[in-house]
Write a protein that binds this ligand. Structure first.
Ligand code: 2BA
Length: 109
């Protein structure tokens, strides 16, 4: 068995959840926050048999899209303590960041 941690964009989360239910993939959905953008994203915890890992990865790949997002870097001060205005920069987010971990034990009481 493997544990998948899939960090995806909120916009894709309902569709992914529906697809998991349809394909009988058991998952838990968490509301999370990206460390860089400091905005909301969604993390799915998925416990799945080894032979279904590729299937789950391709479901995630087919549902989750990458999108451009803009962020304004924090105002910086130079050595003379003058504030420099900063311009929004474009950032490519997603489709999905997925970790695949081995599972030592699985208990379902
Ligand atoms: P955030 O940390 O909010 O990052 C959002 C997007 O900002 C990233 O998209 C990436 O394009 C950019 N980014 C992140 N850190 C950066 C940096 N130090 N410099 C420049 N650009 C940076 P994704 O790579 O698609 O990541 C989407 C979300 O997945 C991340 O949201 C974070 O919540 C998670 N994530 C990505 N890599 C991770 C990792 N190695 N460990 C844990 N979580 C990760």
């Amino acid at each position: 068995m493997k544990l998948l941690l899939a960090i995806i964009q909120d916009k894709d989360s309902s569709r992914l959840q529906n697809k998991f239910n349809k394909e009988n993939v058991r998952a838990t959905k968490l509301s999370t926050t990206g460390g860089f953008l400091k905005s909301g994203n969604t993390t799915f915890i998925i416990g799945i048999e080894d032979e279904r890992v590729e299937e789950v990865l391709s479901i995630i790949k087919s549902v989750c899209h990458s999108r451009e997002q803009y962020m304004t870097p924090p105002i910086s001060l130079d050595i003379a303590m003058d504030a420099h205005s900063t311009h929004p920069i474009e950032i490519q987010v997603g489709g999905a960041t997925v970790f695949v971990l081995p599972v030592e034990g699985f208990y379902h009481f």
